[in-house]
Design a protein around this ligand. Structure first.
Ligand SMILES: Nc1nc2c(c(=O)[nH]1)N[C@H]1C(S)=C(S)[C@@H](COP(=O)(O)O)O[C@H]1N2
Ligand SMILES: [Mo]
Length: 506
């Protein structure tokens, strides 16, 4: 039948267009910092030789991205047309080829620094949407090709292909709009000039970083910092329109802008942040240098009224935390933080502003994308996690973790270096001990600490005869409390127990 070939190519292009739009829209919702198209684009940029890359970066870096996007769009539609032709001649190979682009997209996502498991979904959604549309359209074209009443069948095909093209265009437009607001905020963030702290962070003492291979670094690089939140998409907040309001039991409500905040005398401190869901030995903990303004001063400006004992902080996406008032007003310098390790807060860590409270688990204190502080009373209000069975109070528990050797590792018999971290935020660590099997507790070399609010590294050389061994660690805090060895689950207020690992020496 004349024209079926064109129809097949058009059907493939439409299917690919819908696939791309679906993938980008899914990414806008699930993983704004990493979409299938950007992942594939970045892999290509990484793979091409330097001169081409320089050219590509120049194109990317200037605002002339339109040409590049148009090129990618043409490529997607062209490959789609190929899939359409293949599907009409040799089904199901067109669908297989289209699906394989989705899988390639997922593979590209895996290679990126911004990778998160959620970012794998959009390319798979794209592949699935593309295959469904391609199969539906191809079936219609086949019916037209085999039919005698070609007029009605032809109209059917035209409407389906045309409708599909419209869906792809609208979806693509929406995805592009979502993307451009993301890019706008990214640009604003990248071009921010942060003021120098009036009070810089304590210098890291020599010897605080033991540098034992396999152990976590003393300072967690931002891309490696654990991320925990309920936000399905990272809130995109333009710092120019961000406001923080102080409300509730205060003498006067206060509202500050981002510019107001940056104009305050900012200070920097090292704080180890931990999640209440961190299992003994887990990795939901990280240490960073935070730049911010003490919440204490803001609350004093608002004038806290007598009777208040709690501050409810609310984020742009509605999440809430309830923090004991004294943790925000005592000299521990809880911060309204704007920067992490010297750069504006990464979007997923609360850009433009978050709370950082030394000594408390994140769920009762570390509100990201914070927009409101309501001075209140524990008797009057609850928050996101305290409504779900978690404890009202969440002081971080004394704990320690073995980083190296890894669990289940095989090591050479003889001397082995055991190293890791211990923390007792806002109290400080005074010692860490290691035990081999049921032996006596042995002292470890405790690295210098940055402050009582940060974790400390330890290392010890232990002698392991050939065979299987259990290594156990325990910490002692600055008040002399020994880490609790009773095993308790993370609910309702944080796990206890000692971190033990099995290793084989041979
Ligand atoms: N807006 C918002 N802030 C939040 C959360 C959240 O779900 N939403 N989770 C909290 C929890 S439970 C923790 S442990 C810390 C984690 O901070 P991070 O993702 O920067 O490591 O953020 C806290 N702040
Ligand atoms: Mo958490």
């Amino acid at each position: 039948m004349p024209g079926t070939r064109w129809f097949s190519a058009a059907a493939g292009a439409v299917a690919a267009g819908i696939a791309a739009a679906a993938g980008e829209l899914a990414a806008a919702a699930l993983s704004p910092s990493l979409s299938p198209v950007t992942a594939v684009g970045s892999v290509v940029v990484d793979a091409v030789p330097a001169p081409v890359k320089d050219w590509a970066i120049a194109v990317f870096a200037t605002s002339d991205k339109t040409a590049l996007l148009a090129g990618m769009l043409l490529l997607i539609l062209g490959l789609g047309a190929l899939c359409g032709l293949l599907e009409s001649r040799r089904p199901p190979w067109g669908s297989v080829l289209l699906a394989s682009f989705g899988i390639l997209g997922a593979a590209a996502v895996l290679t990126r620094a911004q990778f998160s498991p959620l970012a794998l979904l959009p390319p798979l959604v794209a592949g699935l949407a593309g295959v469904l549309v391609l199969r539906g359209l191809t079936a219609r074209i086949r019916r037209y090709g085999q039919s005698t009443e070609t007029g009605a069948r032809r109209r059917d095909v035209l409407i389906a292909v045309g409708g599909g093209a419209a869906v792809a265009a609208v979806g693509g437009g929406l995805a592009a709009a979502a993307r451009s607001s993301q890019v706008a905020v990214d640009d604003l963030r990248a071009n921010l000039q942060l003021p120098a702290p009036v009070q810089p962070a304590a210098a890291v003492p020599a010897g605080a970083e033991l540098g034992v291979p396999g152990a976590e670094p003393l300072i967690t690089p931002n891309p490696d910092f654990y991320r925990i939140d309920t936000a399905l998409r990272v809130p995109l907040i333009n710092p120019d329109s961000w406001r923080l309001r102080v409300t509730g039991m205060v003498d006067r409500e206060v509202e500050i802008s981002y510019a107001d905040l940056l104009a305050k005398p900012l200070q920097e401190s090292w704080v180890t942040l931990a999640c209440v869901s961190n299992e003994v030995g887990g990795s939901l903990i990280g240490n960073a240098r935070w730049l911010g303004w003490p919440v204490r001063i803001l609350l004093a400006e608002a004038g806290v009224q007598p009777g208040a004992d709690m501050v409810l902080s609310r984020s742009e996406d509605g999440w809430t935390a309830t923090t004991p008032l004294e943790a925000l007003t005592d000299p521990r310098d809880s911060l309204l933080a704007v920067a992490m390790n010297g750069e504006p807060l990464p979007p997923e860590h609360g850009f433009p502003v978050r709370l950082v409270v030394p000594g408390l688990y994140g769920y009762v204190s570390a509100t990201k994308w914070v927009t409101e502080l309501t001075v209140s009373r524990f008797a009057d209000e609850t928050s996101y996690w305290t409504d779900r069975g978690w404890s009202e109070r969440g002081p971080v528990k004394l704990s320690s973790r073995i980083d190296t050797p890894a669990r289940g590792a095989k090591v050479a018999a003889g001397k082995t270096t055991v190293a890791g971290v211990a923390w007792a935020q806002h109290t400080g660590i005074s010692g860490v001990e290691i035990r081999v099997d049921d032996g006596a507790w042995q002292d470890t070399r405790l690295a210098a600490g940055i402050s009582a609010d940060t974790w400390r590294q330890f290392a010890a050389d232990v002698d392991l005869p050939e065979g299987e061994h259990t290594l156990t660690v325990r910490a002692i805090d600055a008040k002399g409390n020994v880490q609790d060895e009773a095993q308790r689950p993370v609910v309702p207020d944080g796990a206890t127990g000692l971190h033990s690992i099995r290793v084989t020496a041979g």
